[in-house]
Design a protein around this ligand. Structure first.
Ligand SMILES: [Zn+2]
Length: 151
């Protein structure tokens, strides 16, 4: 089967998050059938919820759609390297494959910082593919924070 990236859909969610004044991060979850079953962008400000990261919201929606607390065989695409909280939730959800775009030296928890999936207490690690459409994901974040810093 040909690999088809769903990162463009995640980028669309990231752009929508930026338009809402949220940090532009987007995520989608793809079922084993190839169908996108959840899409989300950051909503921490809107929901007054520090855990409302794109990955968490997408996993909640996908779990609700499948009627299960776990998503084995599912792919999660996210525009930015997951933070430690999201990485732990991805492990709990038994996500099969994780595709992410930009790396996050400041808050990432996959390739840097706590490296959640490499930790001995981590019971499930997805297959990880990084740097997928990293350039547009980085550009979105750069623009978002540059605008905020502007006088
Ligand atoms: Zn997160």
């Amino acid at each position: 089967m040909m690999f088809r990236s769903h990162m463009e859909a995640a980028l669309t969610e990231a752009r929508a998050a930026a338009a809402r004044g949220e940090v532009p991060v987007g995520a989608v979850i793809v079922a084993p059938s190839g169908e996108v079953i959840a899409r989300a962008g950051n909503r921490t400000r809107e929901l007054c919820d520090p855990t409302a990261h794109a990955e968490v919201l997408a996993m909640r929606a996908a779990c609700a759609a499948t009627g299960s607390e776990r998503l084995p065989g599912h792919d999660l695409y996210v525009t930015l390297e997951p933070c430690p909280m999201c990485a732990a939730a991805i492990s709990f959800a038994r996500i099969g494959r994780l595709y992410y775009g930009a790396s996050d030296p400041k808050s990432g928890g996959v390739a840097q910082g706590p490296r959640v999936f490499s930790h001995p207490q981590c019971h499930h690690a997805p297959d990880i593919y990084d740097g997928i459409s990293a350039e547009p994901a980085e550009a979105l974040l750069r623009e978002f924070f540059a605008e905020r810093r502007a006088p």
